[in-house]
Design a protein around this ligand. Structure first.
Ligand code: SF4
Length: 451
């Protein structure tokens, strides 16, 4: 239950559809799990770009009236996660700018690893920044480029940046979508049933708006969308894929296809691998909802141990402004998760979760299950120990706060007060998702950073 690790955002772009902003809105709904702090949409009617963005969930930021003002046949959208104290509306996206070629808006999923260096260079050259977002670097780089066409300026700008980016740009007449050469973050291309194209962080957005998946935007590829034309592909960088394996572990929705494979199936595979490498006799397998569900199904099917719902999740608490006091700290978990006492009482249970970050949540879950009468609680984690932070667009705590960076598995087991604890190892995870270390990033488990 990765409440301390968060995907920083989702992007979407709609081109060539008369209800572009509405489709962007519905797509953002489907992508809400990738960021809940702010949402925004920019649309173009061919003459000018209009942007609406605000803090909050997509459903709070937009209504029928607001969407009606976002006219035109192209639109881009964004949902954002932000760290505490960094929730200014200025940092919500799309980022809009006027420059010598006209107007543009950008949405970005990822993290630029040389953002500070580029920003300092731009500031020395006289640029004035309005936000703390690395995305703003791109606006300045594009504005500063001496190329005549926007497409060449985008290429120019991306040659100065490093790190993780899935980007969608909107100009008055065109749309552009691009992934960094490593393809850390996903970005897929689809065709809308009654005309037009869509690009989105995950294919679950396509299903909602009735679009058909065509293919992923390739690492290092720039797609150009122009009226009455099929998208044109430009290979800006030689692809050297290092896709984020954590998309399969946790971020992506199980009904999405990410990097060409079903997320649900990959998670079931992880559970099946876990059953092979960490078997134990038990009465039932239960997931920590919702993240542990597909892996628990996989574990149950591979081991033959019945799958049960042992923990109920309350979906309606949202954000609570009352922080439980020290004495009431277990309340925080209990507000979200409740034990199914009649099911688990007196039973030996295997609990499947997707990861342990700080350990405090797992400890409270074990305590809650034991208080509800579970005889033994065996924790099984469907990913390797999270030992290193991410610099490629995922918000993780510092290394000092990652329990697996500072304790052995035995010590973590003792800390969370489980009867046993086992993780999936790196090789098994790679095997589960048909990957190798050559084409996937595994840095948060291995510390092997690429850039
Ligand atoms: S460090 Fe982890 S979360 Fe970040 S891109 Fe690599 S695999 Fe994904």
């Amino acid at each position: 239950m990765l409440e301390n690790i968060n995907e920083k955002c989702a992007v979407v772009g709609i081109f060539g559809h008369k209800e572009a902003s509405k489709l962007a809105y519905f797509s953002l709904h489907a992508l809400q799990h990738r960021g809940q702090e702010a949402a925004g949409i920019s649309s173009s009617d061919g003459e000018k770009i209009k942007t609406i963005k605000d803090r909050g969930l997509v459903i709070r930021v937009f209504n029928e009236e607001k969407l009606a003002t976002l006219s035109g046949t192209s639109a881009i959208g964004h949902t954002r996660y932000s760290t505490a104290g960094d929730d200014s509306i200025l940092d919500a996206q799309p980022v809009f700018a006027r420059y010598d070629l006209g107007e543009m808006a950008i949405v970005h999923n990822g993290n630029l690893t040389n953002a500070e260096e580029v920003r300092n260079y731009l500031i020395k050259k006289g640029a004035i920044f309005q936000t703390f977002m690395d995305t703003e670097n791109l606006i300045h780089l594009i504005a500063k480029s001496e190329k005549e066409k926007l497409v060449d300026r985008i290429i120019d700008a991306t040659r100065s940046i490093e790190g993780a980016y899935s980007l969608v740009f909107l100009s008055r007449k065109k749309m552009f979508a691009m992934r960094d050469r490593f393809g850390f973050r996903p970005l897929s291309l689809g065709r809308i049933a009654n005309g037009g194209y869509v690009v989105a962080s995950e294919t679950c957005a396509f299903d909602l708006i009735g679009a058909e998946f065509i293919r992923d935007v390739e690492p290092g590829e720039l797609l150009v969308f122009e009226q009455d034309k099929a998208p044109t592909s430009i290979k800006v960088f030689e692809p050297t894929p290092k896709r984020c394996i954590f998309e399969y572990v946790y971020f992506a929705r199980p009904d999405s296809r990410v990097f060409g494979q079903s997320v649900y199936q990959m998670r079931k595979n992880m559970g099946a691998e876990l059953a092979k490498i960490a078997p134990i006799e038990a009465d039932m397998v239960i997931p920590v909802p919702d993240g542990g569900v597909p892996s628990a199904i996989g574990y149950s099917q591979a081991s033959g141990i019945p799958y049960e719902m042992g923990i109920m999740r309350n979906h309606y608490i949202g954000r609570t402004f009352i922080e439980p006091t020290q004495e009431m700290r277990d309340l925080k978990v209990k507000m979200k998760l409740s034990p199914m006492t009649d099911t688990i009482k007196g039973k030996v249970i295997i609990v499947i979760d997707d990861s342990i970050v700080r350990g405090t949540t797992s400890r409270r879950i074990v305590k809650m299950l034991k208080e509800a009468g579970a005889k033994e609680v065996h924790m099984r984690i469907s990913s390797p120990p999270t030992t290193d932070p991410c610099f490629y667009g995922v918000d993780t705590p510092n290394k000092e706060k990652l329990i697996a960076a500072n304790m052995t598995v035995e010590a973590i087991c003792e800390f969370i007060e489980a009867d046993s604890l086992a993780y999936l190892d790196s090789e098994s995870l790679l095997r589960s998702v048909n990957a190798t270390e050559d084409n996937y990033c595994t840095a948060c488990f291995t510390g092997k950073y690429i850039v």
